[in-house]
Design a protein around this ligand. Structure first.
Ligand SMILES: [Zn+2]
Length: 207
């Protein structure tokens, strides 16, 4: 891990948020979910939702700042390098992913997160609709997530082929899977996901 604390936090946040996105692809594939729109955007939405649901306010905000920064850094790198924008890519453009993330995170709790929206320069005209944007994707993913609690008949999420004793990233993934398997069971939210105790202390940094 980088010795610099900010760099370590940046890596830590992205190690948490990226598997949330990949989990979205996995669920779409395994559960054969209908996707009305771009799959990459649906996976990004799940990452924003889980960041909001799983972590306490400070940690969630830190994860969003770090992952949003990654998108803006990619965009800046492309701009400085004179690279063509990836219009044909399956992902939205980096800055679109940046604003979608900021909008959804802000929209999850606009009263508390106005400073986040201001600091990350979410335009007012986009901000207006962010609560609705969050509600729509939260209800869409929430119903799926609430059905994932392990039962006598189902395993929930299982990590395979990773050595958690020697691989720090595998250890983080194992911790995430444990939390995600428990989280829907603790659900008290209106969409069947959420509620329960949101945790703090982003991993890696705490290790
Ligand atoms: Zn993806």
């Amino acid at each position: 891990m980088p010795k610099d604390e900010d760099a370590a936090q940046f890596v830590s946040s992205n190690v948490v948020a990226t598997p949330y996105h990949e989990l979205g692809h996995g669920l779409i594939d395994v559960l054969q979910l209908p996707v009305l729109g771009r799959e990459e955007a649906a996976a990004d939405s799940l990452s924003a939702l889980l960041t909001h649901e799983v972590w306490d306010e400070d940690s969630a905000t830190q994860i969003v700042y770090d992952t949003a920064y990654a998108y803006s850094a990619y965009a800046q790198e492309a701009d400085q390098g004179g690279w063509e924008l990836a219009y044909a890519d399956t992902h939205s453009l980096d800055l679109q992913r940046y604003y979608n993330l900021v909008c959804q995170f802000y929209g999850a709790d606009p009263e508390v997160r106005q400073d986040v929206a201001d600091e990350l320069e979410l335009p007012a005209e986009r901000a207006e609709g962010c609560a609705d944007e969050f509600a729509l994707m939260s209800e869409s993913w929430g119903g799926i997530l609430s059905g994932l609690t392990p039962t006598a008949q189902t395993k929930g999420l299982v990590l395979v082929g990773a050595d958690t004793a020697t691989d720090p990233i595998a250890a983080i993934l194992a911790e995430e899977i444990t939390v995600l398997n428990e989280k829907p069971g603790a659900a008290a939210g209106n969409h069947g996901f959420g509620g329960g105790t949101r945790r703090g202390e982003c991993p890696l940094r705490a290790r």
